[in-house]
Design a protein around this ligand. Structure first.
Ligand code: MRU
Length: 354
């Protein structure tokens, strides 16, 4: 079994539910969930059953379509009113990954542009088309990021990655792991991947290590606090990470711990690349200071994964799910349209990103 063959998010054949691979059970169990209620789709995003910025965007597109298809009215004004309420509800599931609101806004734009031209039934079909388009485009975008990232690699390279920005985090291929899939397709068997385990939710240990190992890549799992010694020992030639939101100046939010990896990479002189679909670039935010960081429950730190609670009762816990890496630490941002190099605001402008 190769994780690349697993679909992350789909629409069911009867179009009545979204089908997601429950990532909270990986790698032990491969289980798909059929979700049609707004509350269940919200919970699946909040609980990281479907996760990773692009996959969240795909789930949001299909999710709002499925929910909208249940609205029982022929009156377009009423349909739009209920659509917007449900959209706002789904949008509240997680704050940091821009792809959630990006996909929901894209679906709403279809509504706003066509509400005077279509019946409600036609609108439902049009929304379904748009949700499929978001998924299909994501596959193509990830592939392009993979091809561009592959050009940066050399035989025998050691690659460090943080969290999971692989096929499970997208519709297919991933962003940060896509260059490695492209390398495999080109017959390269000599890359070495180091996966940070990524406390507290272990996306590196449970998902990236699973993806890379099942793909046949030489995979080593390290605890987050082992990145420094691994770099010092000369095992890492390049760092690839994903991202949840990039600000106009190139600051970016990604899984908690990413900024520490970037600081280490700078210290050891290792190139540090961010893999980002252009949908993740949020030009409305001037710098990373404006990015909202998700705070998650303390239990993820104190007891989750342990056979018994490991922290004293009542201890204060901070659990920010993301951090912001300063653009000065970033070598380049690999988008589907090309690699952006500093100054990032100019590079984004030249790529036509608004
Ligand atoms: O909390 P998660 O697992 O959704 O966080 C995922 C990440 O931080 C990924 O690196 C990011 O979303 C990019 S996925 C291509």
């Amino acid at each position: 079994m190769n994780a690349l063959s697993l679909d992350t998010v789909l629409l069911s054949e009867d179009k009545k539910s979204i089908v997601i691979l429950d990532q909270t059970l990986l790698p032990g169990e491969i289980k798909y969930l059929n979700l049609s209620k707004a509350e269940d789709i919200w919970e699946a995003i909040y609980a990281l059953r479907v996760r990773g910025a692009p996959a969240i965007g795909v789930a949001a597109g299909y999710g709002i379509y499925v929910i909208a298809s249940q609205i029982e009215t022929d009156n377009m004004d009423e349909f739009c009113k209920q659509f917007k309420e449900k959209k706002a509800y789904l949008d509240s599931s997680r704050p940091t990954a821009v792809n959630l609101s990006w996909a929901l806004n894209r679906m709403e734009k279809v509504l706003d542009e066509n509400r005077d031209k279509m019946t409600v039934a036609q609108m439902k079909d049009r929304l379904c088309e748009e949700a499929h388009a978001i998924r299909e485009e994501d596959v193509a975008i990830s592939r392009n990021i993979g091809k561009l990232g592959f050009e940066l690699l050399h035989h025998g390279d050691g690659i460090l990655t943080h969290c999971n920005a692989g096929t499970l985090a997208t519709a297919k291929y991933g962003t940060a792991l896509a260059p490695i899939y492209v390398a495999l397709e080109n017959g390269w068997q000599d890359l070495r991947v180091f996966c940070d385990e990524t406390r507290p939710l272990l996306q590196g240990a449970r998902l990236s290590a699973f993806e890379m190992q099942t793909a046949g890549v030489d995979t080593t799992l390290i605890c987050d606090n082992m990145a420094s010694i691994t770099m010092k020992r000369g095992k890492i030639n390049i760092v690839f990470v994903g991202c949840d939101r990039v600000a106009a100046n190139g600051d970016f939010a990604n899984k908690i711990g990413t900024s520490g990896v970037a600081i280490l990479a700078k210290y050891y002189g290792i190139p540090f690349y961010v893999c980002a679909p252009t949908s993740t670039i949020d030009m409305s935010m001037k710098s990373g200071d404006e990015i909202v960081i998700e705070e998650r429950p303390a239990e993820e730190v104190t007891e989750m994964w342990y056979s018994k609670r490991m922290a004293p009762e009542g201890v204060k816990v901070n659990n920010p799910a993301f951090d912001v890496t300063d653009h000065t630490l970033v070598t380049g941002i690999i988008t589907e349209k090309g690699i952006a190099y500093p100054p990032f605001d100019k590079a984004f402008e030249n790529m036509g990103i608004k």
